[in-house]
Design a binder for this molecule. Structure first.
Ligand code: GEK
Length: 283
């Protein structure tokens, strides 16, 4: 017998039985009319991997991805709405007036919209940086429709060669994972140099676990999560192939060690849902 789930029609779209567990509804982000992470519920549905693909193509942040991005990330990253909503709360405790709050790999600007709602952050410059023109263009359209959008400045730039200055908070939600591993320490080192002691970095990443069996277990649970969000097995498999060697997850221990080497004095995980973790690091 099927379990009772909030939206039974979801399973009509998948090609295998639903998992025998039901993931909880994610908490909506702040704002009366906010849907998941503040995105309107009318966003385009991600069906980019729904049809069989003759050739395996590498995943890139092109126009097609940018156009469905809110739906894609909300249905792919367990805990995403909570991380986005809490990003503003965490930032507010560390924001210093007249400093910069950077969001590196800002996509549609969800993290900075969360920050912009916090009075403690409104005397700061909110700067979103991304290296995908398609993503920045989608972000500009999105932010133009929201009152907090005018508090946010968007810039084109590659995380690998950024000059950051006068920061009190740096956010990097689900983006370091796309930077080649050999470059990650230098990126974190530059972020640390832009911060003063006591300032904050929020780093969210897909992670792997040291224990192979547990790691496999969490990967399977993540796939169950995606099935429950309406992705078919074909979509899950084709997306996984496209992301291979593009999204490179590491263990939480690897992140801790690198954050320490980059000069952060303290770090820990403040949130984890399955194999997606969010770290705080104090400069
Ligand atoms: C969110 N933080 O909604 N330099 C700059 N941007 C980059 C680079 C780079 N080297 N590599 C990737 N990006 C967002 C979600 S998505 C995560 C972040 C995901 C950008 C890329 O263009 C994309 O917009 C973003 O980082 C990653 O919380 O799609 O899984």
């Amino acid at each position: 017998m099927l379990p009772i789930v909030a939206n039974k029609t979801i399973f009509a779209m998948t090609d295998q039985d639903p998992p025998n567990h039901t993931f909880p509804q994610e908490t909506p982000a702040k704002g009366d009319d906010a849907g998941v992470a503040g995105y309107a519920s009318t966003q385009l549905r991600d069906e980019l991997y729904a049809e069989p693909m003759p050739e395996r193509g590498l995943f890139t942040f092109n126009e097609a991805v940018a156009s469905v991005f809110p739906d894609m990330i909300s249905r792919s990253v367990p805990g995403y709405p909570t991380v986005i909503a809490m990003t503003g709360v965490l930032a507010a405790r560390h924001a210093r007036p007249n400093t910069n709050i950077y969001d590196l790999g800002c996509s549609w600007g969800a993290s900075l919209l969360s920050v912009a709602k916090e009075p403690a952050c409104q005397n700061c410059q909110l700067i979103g940086i991304d290296n995908s023109e398609a993503m920045l263009s989608a972000a500009r359209n999105h932010l133009a429709q929201l009152p907090e959008g005018k508090l946010i400045t968007l810039q084109a730039g590659d995380i690998a060669d950024l000059q950051l200055t006068n920061a009190s908070v740096v956010i990097m939600n689900y983006t370091l994972q796309f930077v080649p591993i050999a470059q990650r320490e230098a990126v974190l080192g530059r972020i640390r140099k832009a911060l003063m002691p006591g300032d904050l970095m929020i780093l969210s990443e897909k992670i792997t676990l040291q224990d192979n069996e547990l790691n496999r277990h969490l990967i399977e649970l993540h796939h169950d999560f995606k099935r429950q969000q309406g992705y078919s097995d074909l979509e899950i498999a084709q997306k996984r192939d496209a992301l291979e060697n593009v999204l490179l997850p590491e263990t939480r221990e690897a992140h801790f060690d690198r954050l320490k080497r980059a000069g952060f004095s303290q770090c820990d995980v403040w949130f984890q849902c399955l194999n997606f973790a969010s770290f705080i690091a104090i400069a």
